[in-house]
Design a protein around this ligand. Structure first.
Ligand code: PLP
Length: 391
């Protein structure tokens, strides 16, 4: 059975060129970048080249890029160090954030007594920026705002430029979790006055175990992993040289091919919207997911008009990998906070969310196979349900 992968918001397949670049580095360059001899210095040069490449992409200076192990580590570091080293006493955030942000925020509340203000989104997943401005102005406490760029479950894009400008006007620090948008779109941090951002290579066909944090030089943030002086003492530990090379190659490919990738993925997403709407009566799209303008082009969040908590398992048995968005209101799986925010109680009880996420490697045939599989499963499901009701 040919398998189909439609879960690219969770992780992406490594590009061949990335694998080749990493293997080449592992074979030819094992030096410790902190060593002063040529083995070390050659490894150091590889790292600094990638740091420069990222800095050029984001329009920042290389010293503002700190390599970490992943998006989770970058977000933890930024939030926890803001409290521990920059004296942050209040965090403004929203329930739409990824767990690594919401749990870090909660940790700072529980262990450090930080005040946490949650901005409740509306049923489309949008945040009210007038209300946000009011909250910003409502306290003199040293404040960090942490709001993501694109939501990883429903794909909503947030206006981080406007949010950053409001933070700047009010002398407040701003962190944005940019894990779902880095290398997927142009980002110019010379025009967006944010202080911190995060990246994870495995979201754009790079390897797992490598990411980076953007830390604005003027912010004064310090690291939370202490030890040697690596990464300007902001993140101690011998660098993951072949991971960094892989990240650099994946970024290079993303930037080189961005226009064709975006056009290709948009076409497939539009096709999916059209086919699902035509073939599954009553289907809905969550948040801003089906809109070109306000959503991540790689992600489509759908709501099936019946309850089937096992659908992702059933799809997997048919060779299709997809994520459910887990809004089930029964069983062991806990409902997702994001789904609880955008779905009504009735939808939570009677419907099934599915997150379809695309990459340039997908085709319209993948969408056809998905639609066919959902139709087959729903037919089986209706027969099964009818049998149970008549037992
Ligand atoms: N932030 C967002 C929005 C994500 O989607 C993810 C991964 O799913 C992360 C952070 C965590 O990134 P990583 O898997 O690199 O720890």
């Amino acid at each position: 059975m040919d398998k189909i992968y439609l879960d690219n918001a969770a992780t992406t397949a490594l590009s061949e060129e990335v694998i080749d670049a990493m293997i080449d580095t592992m074979k030819t360059n094992f030096g410790n970048p902190s060593s002063t001899h040529s083995f070390g210095q050659e490894a150091k040069i590889l790292i600094e080249n990638v740091r420069r490449q990222i800095a050029d992409y984001l329009h920042v200076t290389p010293a503002e890029i700190i390599f970490t192990s992943c998006g989770t580590e970058s977000n933890n570091m930024i939030i926890k160090s803001s409290v521990e080293h920059l004296g942050v006493e209040r965090i403004i955030t929203s329930p739409m954030e990824h767990k690594c942000v919401s749990e870090s925020t909660l940790d700072m509340k529980n262990r450090k007594g930080v005040e946490v203000v949650y901005m409740r989104p509306d049923e489309k997943g949008d945040l009210d920026l007038d209300k946000f401005e009011e909250i910003l102005k409502s306290s003199d406490k040293k404040t960090l705002v942490t709001l993501m760029h694109a939501n990883n479950e429903i794909g909503n894009l947030y206006d981080i430029k406007r949010i950053a400008e409001l933070c700047k006007e009010n002398n407040v620090l701003f962190h944005s979790d940019t894990v779902q948008t880095m290398a997927h779109m142009d980002l110019d941090f010379s025009a967006i006055p944010l202080d911190f951002a995060s990246c994870s290579a495995h979201k754009f066909h790079g390897p797992k175990g490598i990411g980076f944090a953007f830390i604005r030089k003027s912010s004064g943030l310090k690291g939370i992993i202490t030890g040697g002086p690596q990464e300007r003492s902001l993140r101690a530990g011998t660098e993951n040289v072949c991971g960094i090379v892989g990240l650099g190659k994946a970024l290079e490919l993303s930037l080189q091919n961005m226009v064709s990738y975006v056009n290709h993925i948009r076409e497939i997403k539009d096709y999916a919207i059209e086919r699902l709407t035509a073939e599954i009566p009553g289907i809905k799209f969550n948040g801003r997911s089906a809109e070109q303008e306000n959503s991540l082009y790689t992600l489509l969040s759908v709501l099936l008009p019946y309850k089937d908590p096992l659908i992702s398992l059933q799809l997997d048995m048919k060779g299709i990998a997809i994520s459910q968005g887990s809004a089930c209101s029964s069983g062991a799986a806990k409902p997702s906070m994001v789904m609880m925010m955008v779905l009504s109680d009735e939808e939570m009880d009677n419907c099934t969310p599915l997150r379809i996420s695309f990459s340039h490697m997908n085709t319209k045939a993948d969408v056809d196979a998905l639609v066919k599989a959902i139709k087959e499963i729903s037919a089986e499901f209706v027969i099964e349900k009818t049998n149970i009701e008549h037992r």
